[in-house]
Design a protein around this ligand. Structure first.
Ligand code: C5P
Length: 402
């Protein structure tokens, strides 16, 4: 599970910080990409140089370098969004408390506040601090925010006292995260084909017929499916969006014919296919060999129909395969989408209604209606395309997978 995973390791000021050198080494050996962010106090326990050498990345601990006048700063939002997974180890009582209250007075706290990925904590503190009601309450609060805790171990503590509070060993942290992520991966072992973006249909060597699709919705679906454990094959038209997750197998295509060929080939071994691409319905009957010159007269281009990729997959879909289509309708939306669902033999159709403010082509948000074969509708209100993607996949896991 670690191969290609982007892990941000947050280290805070406890003596257990020395163990993060081993943790970094294990993550790198397992194939993860690691960036380390320290709390300022962590630098008293472990050197940035050691962790930078082991992680093969610069180690950061402040928003900007006070001795550097160039205006360069460490963007906490970029760091947070880069990470597929954050591990805070060791997590001190001070940092837990600040995270609960939303305090943001160092880079690591800024990263935490901006993160959207799963976050694991490995607390480390003296036994009385660990069992203090404030710590108990902070852990509960952070769990209620959706974060995960790797229980501290029992044994001799740096204070000389015996009890609970020792940070879990690096091997235990790795094993805990692996097991926990597996449980939270309902699509583990599943193969998903997703297509996304527009297609460009060539008129001549320099011109094409296209549309405004950015591919953002399909790329969000690919990233979320990968986060849920699926092996993802993304057939991507020439839009602007690309996935950040390097485990997604991207097949770049330009025309509907190329997209069709790639989808038909990949579909054979798939458990699920989600066709979100805005495929051009028509293409020029013939692509001119040379750039078409102005003639002073009107130009007529004969358009012929492109293959309907979704319908093609629907015709050959086997019993165990789940097929999801998208529909963009400007009038009589739900009845038209239902008709499309049956005509193309889909198990689910995701209806986009572009008239809604903030939804559709180019936006980072979307609002859709899910319609199943039973023709029941389920509206997903306006939210980010990532959140919409997660809810579509949750719906598939809960209603369509055996
Ligand atoms: O028929 P309509 O274009 O509205 O259907 C939309 C759905 O069909 C989308 O899932 C889209 O990806 C798919 N489609 C396709 N091939 C086409 C046209 C649309 O796969 N040529």
């Amino acid at each position: 599970m670690w191969r290609g995973k982007k892990v941000l390791l947050g280290v805070t000021g406890s003596i257990a910080a020395y163990k993060t050198t081993f943790l970094t080494r294990l993550l790198i050996k397992a194939g993860a990409e690691v960036k380390v962010v320290l709390s300022p106090a962590a630098r008293d326990f472990v050197t940035p140089l050691t962790l930078a050498t082991l992680s093969k990345n610069p180690v950061l601990w402040e928003y900007f370098d006070s001795e550097d006048d160039s205006g360069t700063w460490n963007n906490h939002v970029e760091l947070a969004l880069w990470a597929d997974l954050i591990i805070i180890a060791p997590a001190t009582s001070n940092t837990l408390g600040k995270m609960v209250s939303g305090t943001c007075d160092n880079l690591l706290l800024g990263v935490y506040m901006s993160a959207k990925c799963p976050i694991y904590f490995a607390p480390a503190m003296d036994l009385d601090m660990y069992r203090h009601p404030a710590t108990r309450e902070n852990i509960q609060k952070l769990q209620s925010f959706g974060h995960h805790f790797i229980p501290a171990g029992k044994g001799e503590l740096a204070s000389g006292l015996e009890g609970e509070g020792r940070m879990a060993e690096p091997e235990e942290i790795i094993a805990f995260v692996e097991e926990d992520m597996n449980i939270r991966s309902p699509l583990k072992g599943k193969k998903i084909l997703i297509n996304a973006g527009p297609t460009h249909e060539a008129i001549d060597p320099v011109r094409f017929i296209g549309n405004h699709s950015s591919g953002k919705m399909g790329v969000a679906l690919a990233e979320q499916a990968s986060a849920l454990g699926a092996q993802v094959f993304l057939v991507l038209g020439p839009g602007s969006a690309r996935p950040g997750d390097s485990t997604i197998e991207v097949h770049d295509v330009v025309s509907a014919d190329e997209m069709n060929e790639a989808c038909q080939e990949i579909f054979t071994n798939m458990d699920i296919a989600i066709l979100s691409a805005a495929v051009a319905d028509y293409k020029p009957a013939k692509k001119a060999d040379q750039k078409i010159k102005k003639s002073g007269d009107n130009l007529e281009i004969l358009l012929v129909e492109n293959p309907d990729i979704l319908r093609g997959l629907g015709e050959r879909k086997s019993d165990g395969q789940v097929l999801v289509g998208f529909a963009l309708e400007t009038q009589n939306a739900v009845p038209n989408a239902i008709q499309k669902l049956h005509k193309k033999n889909c198990d689910l159709i995701v209806l986009n209604t572009p008239s809604e403010k903030g939804s559709g082509f180019g936006y980072d948000t979307n609002e859709v209606i899910l319609i199943g074969r039973d023709e029941k509708t389920h509206t997903l209100e306006l939210k980010s395309k990532s959140e919409i993607a997660k809810e579509i996949l949750d719906h598939i896991c809960n209603h369509l997978l055996a």
